[in-house]
Design a protein around this ligand. Structure first.
Ligand SMILES: *[C@@H]1O[C@H](CO)[C@@H](O)[C@H](O)[C@H]1NC(C)=O
Ligand SMILES: *[C@@H]1O[C@H](CO)[C@@H](O)[C@H](O)[C@H]1NC(C)=O
Ligand SMILES: *[C@@H]1O[C@H](CO)[C@@H](O)[C@H](O)[C@H]1NC(C)=O
Length: 483
């Protein structure tokens, strides 16, 4: 189901554009104990999980980072309830919380209210179910037009319903308790990267939602990246980016200012759109994303989020007092924008394009990304941060706390270190060089994320690599991880 996720989003963004941005509404700020952080978890790619044990690692890792609950995105596949059972069981074993996020690309808003209510009834009283204000918490992806009254009636329990409805499509928010805004990337109002004269920022979305919700609770989105690159080797061909670069850092800072009651990380494991912050080793099947996901860990983004999550929950506007160890988190694309992959990329062939999501060659929107290596320093005390990207090297005098730096990308090794008083505190060379060879023949605009000190190796397993070779035009790339 994940591959359809964003189809509807264009519509939403377009609708959001019409809303009155002039009106600045300060959302109701919540005290520390009431704030919760969720991570969107795609159940559509975990049909290969065999037992609750297969969910343990995700649960432990998310909980350790301060994430309170997984939003379990479900469609109507035959394995959905089997996997929900396992996820609820694993969550309770790990003292985590979960809730269902109904994906209305699959549930039909106009006819599925009683099915939705019945599922809430089946899971709402399990130990791991997230409850908010004593009510069973339920969310969605899209779903405007749903008969919320019938959902509540069928659920047979008090529910806290915070779906991803849209101000333009559901003008009266009276039937809901809160809402999720999905649009975590600056965009053009039509589900693609912004243009200079057509630019709807994430923060404008916050204003639209909070104005609409009034005193009801807002689930604010935060996402690190967006890149998708499916060619005609699958039936859901699509190829574009949204602005990434420093989004993950900037948006967390924005959220500390905004202080909504809820934050949702988009996503834990949607590899196909490259906005995962969970590990590559989180067990999943391959919908064709492994071409640009293999050897591209994002764990460092979860590390970066930790002090921000702690600050958000404490009601602080800065992560600085929540930094407990010196760390650098860095990220970059594996190749420069100037590299031409037209001869070998999978998206140069024709593919059906019913939604206008398929672009040939360089991903649409790639001009909104910089050729930079980005570095977030999380420091207990001021230090020198030295970085070198190929022949480009720079040293920054970084203050105590969180700060952000960048170096122009260059082909070669990527090295990073922290020094104090002339001696090296820690240093690491990235496992992935920037190269002038198209990876697997492709325009790969996913990000490689690393840390100093280096984290544990993280790799896709065989199930996560099954689609790697489909459609590839080079023979130099095999379905194995080099980690
Ligand atoms: C969109 O607006 C934001 C905020 O002003 C700005 O940072 C960004 O560069 C703009 N994007 C484009 C493509 O013009
Ligand atoms: C940085 O570049 C300069 C000039 O190329 C070189 O002398 C120096 O050793 C480099 N430093 C590092 C840390 O790579
Ligand atoms: C580094 O040097 C400064 C002054 O030169 C000193 O105050 C500080 O204690 C030193 N820090 C360490 C970790 O040695």
């Amino acid at each position: 189901m994940l591959v359809f996720h964003i189809l509807a989003a264009g519509l939403l963004a377009a609708v959001a554009t019409a809303a009155p941005y002039g009106r600045r509404v300060i959302p109701k700020q919540r005290s520390a104990g009431e704030r919760l952080v969720f991570a969107h978890f795609m159940m559509g790619i975990v049909s290969n999980r065999q037992s609750a044990l297969d969910y343990d690692y995700d649960m432990k890792l998310a909980k350790a980072a301060g994430i309170d609950a997984f939003a379990l995105n479900i469609g109507t596949d035959d394995y959905t309830q089997t996997q929900l059972d396992l996820a609820y069981e694993a969550a309770s074993r790990n003292d985590m919380k979960v809730f269902i996020s109904f994906d209305f690309n699959w549930f039909k808003p106009t006819s599925s209210a009683s099915d939705v209510g019945s599922l809430i009834k089946s899971y709402g009283n399990r130990p791991a179910q997230l409850k908010v204000d004593g009510k069973v918490f339920v969310s969605s992806f899209t779903g405007d037009g749903l008969d919320v009254g019938q959902v509540r009636q069928t659920a047979g329990a008090d529910i806290y319903f915070a779906p991803n409805f849209h101000p333009g499509q559901t003008p009266d928010a009276g039937s809901i308790d809160g809402a999720l805004n999905w649009i975590a990337w600056d965009n053009d109002g039509n589900n693609k990267a912004p243009k200079p004269d057509q630019n709807v920022t994430v923060s404008q979305g916050d204003h639209t939602y909070t104005a609409w919700l009034g005193s009801k609770d807002y689930i604010a989105p935060v996402s690190p990246w967006f890149f998708t690159h499916y060619g005609p080797e699958v039936s859901y061909s699509k190829n574009w980016v949204f602005p990434g670069d420093l989004l993950w850092y900037n948006r967390w800072n924005e959220l500390l200012e905004l202080g909504p009651r809820f934050v949702e990380i988009i996503t834990w494991n949607d590899y196909g759109e490259s906005h995962y912050i969970g590990p590559l080793s989180s067990k999943h099947t391959d919908d064709g994303n492994s071409k640009w996901v293999n050897n591209m860990p994002h764990n460092g983004w979860l590390d970066m989020a930790k002090p921000f999550i702690a600050a958000y929950k404490a009601g602080d506007k800065s992560p600085n007092s929540h930094i407990v160890e010196d760390k650098l988190v860095y990220w970059y694309r594996p190749t420069l924008k100037s590299l031409n992959c037209d001869a070998t990329d999978t998206t140069l062939d024709d593919a059906p394009n019913p939604n206008g999501n398929y672009f040939k060659g360089r991903p649409d929107g790639s001009d909104t990304l910089e050729d930079s290596v980005f570095i977030v320093a999380l420091l207990k005390e001021a230090a020198s941060v030295s970085t070198s990207s190929g022949i480009n090297n720079k040293t920054f005098e970084a203050p105590a706390g969180a700060s952000v730096w960048k170096v122009p990308m260059a082909v070669g090794q990527q090295k990073f270190s922290i020094q104090r008083n002339g001696s090296t505190v820690c240093a690491a060379t990235s496992l992935r060089d920037i190269t002038d060879v198209c990876p697997c023949g492709l325009y790969n605009y996913n990000a490689y994320v690393g840390t100093v000190p280096a984290g544990q190796p993280d790799a896709l397993d065989a199930d996560g690599l099954t689609g790697l070779k489909a459609g590839l035009k080079v023979t130099t790339c095999s379905a194995v991880s080099s980690r």
